[in-house]
Design a protein around this ligand. Sequence first.
Ligand code: TXA
Ligand code: MG
Length: 330
Amino acid sequence: MFVELKEAVAALKQNQVVAVPTETVYGLAGRISSEQALKLIFSTKQRPFFDPLIVHVKDKAQAQSLTQEWSEVADALADEFWPGPLTLVIKKNSKVSDLITSGLERVGLRCPRHPLALEVLNNLGEPFAAPSANLFGRTSPTTAQHVETEFNHKVAVLDGGPCDIGIESTVLLVDQSKIAILRKGHIQSQDIEKALQERDLDFEWMTTISKSQSPGHMQHHYMPSKPLFWVEGRTDHQTLLKMINEKIKSLPQEVEGVKLVIPKEVKTFVELKLPVNPAQAARLLYAELRRLAEGPDDCLVFHKMDMHNSHDWEALLERLKKASSSLIHI
Ligand code: TXA
Ligand code: MG
């Protein structure tokens, strides 16, 4: 159900949830002070409560108003990358409910760059929490139409066009001057290092991160509605088809609570083809996964190639690996 900006803001004020475009993916937004809206986010997505939500803020000052500590490192990174696709995970204060953080002491904060997201935030006068606007474990939406299809037209959607970046934000834990990447994204470790070095700031990459500091990391995620096979090495079409059918037999009907539609026999498969430029590939990734899964073929295949070995592909490959039902080495 498409809505205009005014209606979107009104609905959020009335404790409803609204899908809002960001430069990464569409988010399912709810006001952070509305317990009703926060619960509605989880129930709409069928998301378990142990997976924390990212809080979206209009600017740095609003982020600071939700935290207990704001280190020089956090300050520098917000100055450099906000508004933009970087989430900073920082010690929260009592304004942030445990529902948002899954009971953790830190909250993920991000100032989005999409003009409509910023307009919503400015009109709302309060941050909103927003996970990606898809059912739990599934492919993230990068157009308003994806959200419409995902929730069967039942969720209010603000149409901001296709998302520019196409994969979710980089999530960075910041503990004073110690940092750790919890989820890879468009902003890479080299970009972060460069920003901090340019400002002559001391920082240290954390080497070990406990599971509780980095929740919501399922082995499978972003999954299309049909099985996707990650294939390394080359063989002819018939041999690959045979290998896929061997693998299909042992695929579970459900992984980590997400149901899969497994065909008894794979007669045809379709190859996920992405542009050679990783930024362009990221922009298209989720839309392509959805488009191919809606097509006539029984399953999807991604051929991992040597050109994918550069840093620039890491965030994308991480998603593709988690979206895959199975890996085939030839
Ligand atoms: O680009 C994005 O980040 C999008 C748009 C809508 O902003 N949002 C997004 O949210 O991807 P979601 O819920 O799909 O992914 C949030 C992930 C969690 O699964 C978790 O891995 C991490 O961010 N996260 C959030 N809050 C955290 C916290 N307090 N501590 C550790 N990790 C956290
Ligand atoms: Mg998500």
